[in-house]
Design a protein around this ligand. Structure first.
Ligand code: SF4
Ligand code: SF4
Length: 347
C-alpha cells in the first residue's frame, strides 16, 4: 500500500515551516542522489491569478534538494492557447512577476519545450490518445517532483498531480489532442448574436451572420475546445459535452510520461490550499470552493490525488456539469499508474 505523508493545514505562517519539516522527517526525498537533475514541475499561474502554490513552498523544496547536492530546476511547458505563457519569453516574465525568480527560489526556471515550439518526441500510449508528444528536455531529467495546487477545473473537474503531469509535461500538440476529446455543441435557437463569444476567442473563430453566431466549419480545426466562449455565453448556446472523456485521458498521458522518466522517479506534492473554482491557467481563480486541507507527499501519484479528494466535498467540484474529480484516480488505478488505497502518515 502506498504511503501519503500528510500535514494538516494550520495557518499560513506555520505551514511553510511545517512543510520544510515534513520534507526532512519523511522519506520523501530518500531516492534523490548527488548530481541528479531534478525537474520540479509546477504551475506558475496565468498572469495575475495568484492562487498558485506560493513560491515560499517551492523555495523550501529547492533548499531541501540542494542539501542533497543535486541540481533542481523549476519547469513547465508553454500553453497551446494564446496568453501570457504561450511562449518561453512570456512564461519566464510571468514566472518573475509571480515570484518564481532565481533570486527568490534558489533554482532557475527552464521552460520544458524550448522557446515554446519544441515538437518533442513521440511516445506510444493507449487509445484514444495513441501518441503523446513529450518535450526533449524530459529525456535529460533524472527525477521529477510534481508540485501541484489542488483546485477545480472547468473541463476536468479537478486539477491535482495527475492533471499537472498529463497536461503540463507534453507539447502544444498533445495538449490540444487531449482537449479535443470533449464534444463541442452549439444551439442555434438560444443564440441572440450578442458577440460575447467573439470577444473572448483568441483564435477569432466565432463569426456573426444574420444576428446569430455562425460556426464556420472550415475554421473548426483551429478551435481549442477551451471553455472561454462557453463561459462567456450567458444564453447557454455553447456547451462542451462528454467532459468525463478528458478526465479519462489524463492518466493515459501520465503513463506515457512514466515510460520516459520511470514511474519510480516521479514523486508528487499536493498543496491543498486556495481551493478555488478555476485552474491556475485561467486569468482569474473564481470562488473559493473548499477550506484549506493540508499538504500531501507521495511516491504514488494516484494516492496523492486520492488523499486530497478524501478531505474535500467532491460535489463542490462538480459545478456546471463538471465531471467527477475521482475519474482521474479511478482510471489511473485501472491502468496501473498508482493505487487509490493508501496509508496516511500524519507528520
Ligand atoms: S455569446 Fe452565446 S448568445 Fe452571444 S453570440 Fe455567442 S453563442 Fe450567441
Ligand atoms: S472553444 Fe470557443 S473560445 Fe475556445 S477556441 Fe473554440 S471557438 Fe474559440
Amino acid at each position: 500500500m502506498s504511503k501519503v505523508y500528510y500535514t494538516p493545514w494550520r495557518n499560513d505562517l506555520e505551514m511553510v515551516d511545517k512543510f520544510n519539516k515534513i520534507l526532512r522527517k519523511s522519506n520523501f526525498l530518500d531516492n534523490i542522489e548527488k548530481d541528479d537533475r531534478i525537474a520540479i514541475k509546477l504551475h506558475i499561474g496565468e498572469y495575475k491569478n495568484f492562487a498558485h502554490v506560493h513560491p515560499l513552498y517551492i523555495k523550501g523544496l529547492v533548499s531541501a534538494l540542494l542539501e542533497k547536492d543535486c541540481e533542481p530546476f523549476l519547469t513547465d511547458t508553454t500553453t497551446y492557447y494564446c496568453g501570457h505563457r504561450f511562449s518561453a519569453v512570456g512564461m519566464l516574465k510571468n514566472a518573475f512577476y509571480h515570484g518564481f525568480s532565481f533570486a527568490n527560489i534558489g533554482a532557475p526556471f527552464i521552460v520544458a519545450d524550448g522557446l515554446g515550439d519544441d515538437k518533442g518526441f513521440s511516445v506510444k500510449v493507449r487509445s484514444p490518445l495513441n501518441e503523446l508528444f513529450v518535450p526533449n528536455l524530459f529525456r535529460e531529467v533524472d527525477k521529477m517532483i510534481v508540485f501541484s495546487h489542488c483546485k477545480g477545473h472547468g473541463l476536468t473537474g479537478f486539477g491535482g498531480s495527475i492533471k499537472n503531469v498529463a497536461m503540463g509535461c507534453v507539447t502544444k500538440k498533445s495538449k490540444l489532442d487531449m482537449h479535443k476529446v470533449v464534444k463541442f455543441c452549439y444551439n442555434d435557437a438560444l443564440c441572440d448574436g450578442c458577440d460575447a463569444c467573439k470577444d473572448v476567442c483568441d483564435r477569432e473563430i466565432p463569426l456573426m451572420e444574420n444576428g446569430k453566431r455562425n460556426l464556420s466549419l472550415e475554421k473548426r480545426e483551429d478551435c481549442m475546445h477551451c471553455p472561454a466562449c462557453m463561459e462567456a455565453c450567458s444564453r447557454g448556446a455553447i456547451k462542451l459535452e462528454e467532459l468525463e472523456k478528458i478526465a479519462q485521458v489524463l492518466p493515459l498521458a501520465v503513463e506515457g510520461i512514466y515510460k520516459v522518466l520511470g514511474k519510480e522517479n516521479v514523486r508528487s506534492i499536493n498543496w491543498g490550499a486556495n481551493i478555488v473554482e478555476y485552474c491556475d491557467c485561467m486569468p482569474f481563480p473564481g470562488r473559493t470552493i473548499g477550506k484549506n486541507t493540508g499538504i500531501y507527499l507521495s511516491d504514488d501519484i494516484v494516492a496523492a490525488d486520492k488523499a486530497f479528494l478524501d478531505d474535500v466535498n467532491k460535489s463542490t467540484f462538480m459545478i456546471d456539469g463538471r465531471p467527477d474529480p475521482e475519474i482521474q484516480t479511478i482510471e489511473g488505478e485501472k491502468i496501473g499508474i498508482g493505487k487509490m488505497d493508501y496509508e496516511r502518515v500524519i507528520l
